[in-house]
Ligand binder design. Structure first.
Ligand code: UT7
Length: 330
């Protein structure tokens, strides 16, 4: 007997970024860098930074409300909440539970998912499987970060890259042939040292010494990460397209993780996808980690770029190492 799975799609999107803008010119006054270096090496012009009283759940909650309005749903219709983040409000309880409470959602399963910059695609894939299997009906998947809290503002190698923000989507059953056509996830823990926050967990709990040594800050071997990112995001896109029985020529929009415009251009070139079909907004927001893809998706939808029946590919790469891609028919 053939088992027919439900089709699951995105029925609402929203995003929220903090008001405060930090430009490359502001950074020139903080570290030994220039606007020209940052723009030409990364494509970033400015990023948003959360206020001291703003945490990840605040940005996530605002993005989620917008996605719910967009989907014309009431909060209590949600029965699954996943927050992808590596900068939660605190280790526990989960940011997903805090968002649930903020939105007044009752009777929902809520948890955080930590897969760094790939977290949103991991979250989509988990929600897709839960809805397909009829375990839950309507999911909120949110990518949200206040990465500025773990950035070393004296380290020019990393502080110029990151920004704060949140993006959210609502997922539910859609008509057959639309929605998520395929997902592909992968990881390789042998690359764990390439990007990490060394202290603050069970290996190196917070002490005066760990704080003094700056071990609670984000550390990255940028060059190595760059090479992996190009290779892996290209291969992930091809794998996810194959799983959806599509080729690069069928792609209407590619939404890559927004880490560096040179990475994005190299991936697009290798995939033979023209840059006109690639969504890029990192000039305005920098790298918002798990939030880059849902923010870029919402902007592209609201700007009228993504239209009904378009084939959209989301692809990301991040600490772990983790990576993944998702093919959607809008
Ligand atoms: O979201 C997770 C995934 N993360 C990423 O994908 C990030 C991937 N990596 C990158 O985007 C790039 O590697 C960076 C933007 C981080 C660095 O760019 P790069 O072209 O790889 O530069 P580099 O690290 O090779 O450094 C080149 C030079 C160095 O000087 P010397 O040794 O050649 O004299 C650096 O010290 O640029 C220097 N440099 C800077 N100069 C001005 C590094 N950062 C800066 C800076 N301003 N902010």
């Amino acid at each position: 007997m053939e088992v027919k799975f439900k089709s699951v799609g995105i029925v609402g999107t929203g995003f929220c970024v903090p008001k405060k803008v930090l430009t490359n010119f502001d950074l020139e006054k903080m570290v030994d860098t220039t606007d020209d270096w940052i723009r030409t090496r990364t494509g970033i012009r400015e990023r948003r930074i959360a206020d001291s009283n703003e945490a990840t759940s605040d940005l996530a909650g605002k993005a989620a409300r917008k996605a719910l309005e967009d989907a014309r749903l009431n909060p209590d219709e949600i029965d699954l909440i996943i927050v992808a983040t590596l900068s939660p409000d605190m280790s526990f309880p989960s940011t997903a539970c805090l968002v649930q409470h903020k939105l007044g959602i009752k009777n929902a399963c809520a948890f955080d998912l930590e897969a760094a910059c790939s977290g949103f695609i991991y979250g989509l894939s988990v929600a897709d499987a839960f809805i397909k299997s009829s375990t839950y009906k309507i999911a909120l998947v949110i990518g949200a970060e206040t990465f500025s809290r773990i950035v070393d503002w004296k380290d020019r190698n990393t502080c110029i890259l990151m920004g704060d923000g949140a993006g959210a989507v609502v997922l539910r059953e859609v008509i057959n042939g639309k929605g998520i056509l395929s997902t592909y996830l992968d990881a390789d823990g042998s690359g764990a040292d390439l990007m990490k926050q060394p202290a603050g967990g069970s290996r190196l709990p917070a002490t005066e010494e760990t704080v003094k040594q700056g071990l609670h800050y984000f550390k990255m071997q940028g060059n190595e990460v760059f090479k992996h990112a190009v290779r892996i995001m290209t291969a992930s896109t091809i794998t996810a397209l194959k799983k959806a029985n599509l080729s690069n020529e069928d792609v209407d929009w590619l939404i890559p993780h927004q880490a560096n415009s040179r990475i994005i251009q190299s991936v697009a070139k290798r995939l033979c996808i023209p840059m006109e079909k690639v969504i890029v907004n990192l000039d305005k927001y920098g790298n918002t980690t798990a939030a880059t893809i849902p923010i870029a998706l919402d902007e592209a939808v609201k700007q009228g770029k993504i239209k009904e029946e378009d084939n959209v590919v989301l692809v990301a790469f991040g600490a772990g190492l983790t990576w993944g891609a998702c093919v959607l028919r809008w």
